[in-house]
Ligand binder design. Sequence first.
Ligand SMILES: NC(=O)c1ccc[n+]([C@@H]2O[C@H](COP(=O)([O-])OP(=O)(O)OC[C@H]3O[C@@H](n4cnc5c(N)ncnc54)[C@H](OP(=O)(O)O)[C@@H]3O)[C@@H](O)[C@H]2O)c1
Length: 214
Amino acid sequence: MDLTGHTVVVTGASSGIGAAFARAFAARGLRVTGLVNNAGFGASGLFAESDPDRLLAMIALDVAAVVDLSHAFLPDLIAATPSGFLVNVASVLAYQATPRMAVYAAAKAFVLSFTEALWEEQRGSGLRVLCVSPSSTDTEFFDVADPDGTTRRPRAATPDHVVAAALAALDREDPPPSIVTDDRFVPVLARALPRRAMVRAVGAVQRRLSRPRD
Ligand SMILES: NC(=O)c1ccc[n+]([C@@H]2O[C@H](COP(=O)([O-])OP(=O)(O)OC[C@H]3O[C@@H](n4cnc5c(N)ncnc54)[C@H](OP(=O)(O)O)[C@@H]3O)[C@@H](O)[C@H]2O)c1
């Protein structure tokens, strides 16, 4: 994908994965004909004990803003083909219900489903549409999702690794609708196991990661 002389919009580029996207695009010498809906945050904790306003703010950013910006930019992105692209950042948690991150995982499941549907709708237009689902990545995400540090941090990839996987997928002749960076085990398991077994297994992992409160 030759992006020289074009322009890209990256949301949430102040840190983490968004900052890595911005650096990678700058290195390609481009401005923008692409949109990366990356801004997002999560919140750990039992749903019943969560602040409903924070959960609704999460849905506004992780879901509503993705729909809003995708719709607003779509005509320009299509006009920019073959350079035009739309990347929406979901999460590996999009592939399964996740106790203790129930709303976040559901929001990212929306992003995955929405983006894959757009991929199919836009196949004739030549617009590259891709959903990127990172697994655990070393950013400020966990400081925001769990400010009290009550949850143990899983092993994490680097933001540059996530972005390299995304750009490699976009560079393909016929990009797939979605990729998972690193943890491909969970999506495969989610397809193979009965839903009851999968959600109970994920619930058990989440309980283990959750440190007992003092
Ligand atoms: N890190 C992971 O393990 C992981 C795994 C899967 C998916 N993801 C997804 O990856 C994306 C990027 O997250 P990250 O890991 O890079 O985390 P991060 O370092 O916390 O970066 C999040 C970005 O989103 C912006 N943002 C947060 N709340 C916002 C709001 N209300 N309005 C506008 N911008 C807002 C932040 O801007 P400010 O700094 O100005 O708040 C920041 O630029 C998110 O969609 C996240 O859900 C992350």
